[in-house]
Design a protein around this ligand. Sequence first.
Ligand code: SF4
Length: 364
Amino acid sequence: MSTPQTIYESLHHQGFSRRDFLKFCGISATIMGLSPSMIPRIAKALENTPKKSVIWLSFQECTGCTESLIRAHAPTIEGLIFDHISLDYHHTLQAASGRAAEQARENAMKEHHGDYLLVVDGSIPMGNPGYSTSAGISSLDMLKEVASGAGAIIAIGTCAAYGGLPHAAPNPTGAVSVEELITNKPLINIPGCPPIPAVIAGVISYIVTFGQLPKRDSLKRPITFFGQNIHDRCYRRSFYDQGLFANSFDDEGAKKGWCLYKLGCKGPVTYNACATTKWNENVSFPIEAGHGCLGCSEPHFWDAGHFYQALSVPTREIVGTAGYALAAGAAVGVASAMLNKKKKVDATKNHETVTIHDLERTSS
Ligand code: SF4
C-alpha cells in the first residue's frame, strides 16, 4: 500500500472505517470550537487535505508550552502527529539530533516551501545573538530563515506572543515577540504561561483542516478561545455577584469556594478559555484549585501582575464584558484606579474592552 497522503487516507491506512472518520470529524469540530453543522465541511476538507509539515522552533522558553501540548487529550499529541501533521522539526520531541536534525529541518523547508506551518515558542533575544542559539545559529537568524518560507506562523505561549517572562523588566536579553520581527506572514498568537493544550491542538487542527487561520481578535488571538474573559465564564461568578469573597486563602470564604477577587484574581481582565476548556482533560483550572487567575495570557502580565493585589475597579461595577469600560471609567477617582489611554478595541465585537494594562493602580 502506498504512503497515505491525506488525513483521510492516513486514518483509513490505520484501519479506521468511514463511520470512524466522520466521528473523527465530529471530534475535530468540537476541539476547533465549531458547530456540528460544520462536520460535512470538515469531512470534505480532510478527505483532500495532505498532512501539514510543521517546523517547531524553541527560543527563550522553559519548555512549558511543549509540556502543555503533550498533555493534549483531544486529539492526543500522537493523534495530532499521526493524523494531522508531519512534525518535521522539534528540539524536544524529535528523535534525530545534531546534523541529522538540522537536515530534517532544511529538507522540510525545501520540500514544503511556502506551505509549512512554523510554530514558535519562546521570545527572541535582541541584546546579543549568543544569548540563544541552536546548531550555532542565533534565534534571530533561525527565525528569519524559517519564517521566510512558512505559509503561516503560530506564536505559542506568552513569551513568543508578547515577550513573556524574559521580556519582564529589566529585560536583560532584549527579548521581543515573534510579531515584532515577522510582519509579512499570517500569524496567530496563542498566549498563556503555558497555553491550554486543547487550544493549541484546536488551532493547529483548524489550520490544517481549512488551510487558513481562524478568526482573530485585535491581539491576534483566536476568538473562539479568547473571545470572553474568564470572569464571565467562572463558576465562582455567582459568589462575586452576591458580594461573597474570600479574604485570605484559609478563611471560611476560601473554604466555601467564594470569589477570589479580593485575593488578586485577574479573571475580570483576562481573556482565555481556562474556565470552560480547563486543563488535564477538563479536570480543573487554577481558580477551581483555589488560586486566583494571574492573567498569564495577557501582554506584560509579569510586570503588570501584582498577583495578590485586588484590581482597583470597584467590585459592584464589574458587570460583565460590556460593562468593563463603564466599570473602569467609574473607577477613576472612586477606587484609586484609572484608565490609561490604551483602551483596546475588539474590532470583531465592536465594543471596548479593558485589559490588564488599562488598569493602573495608585499605591494606597
Ligand atoms: S473575580 Fe476571579 S474567582 Fe471571582 S468570579 Fe471573577 S474570575 Fe471567578
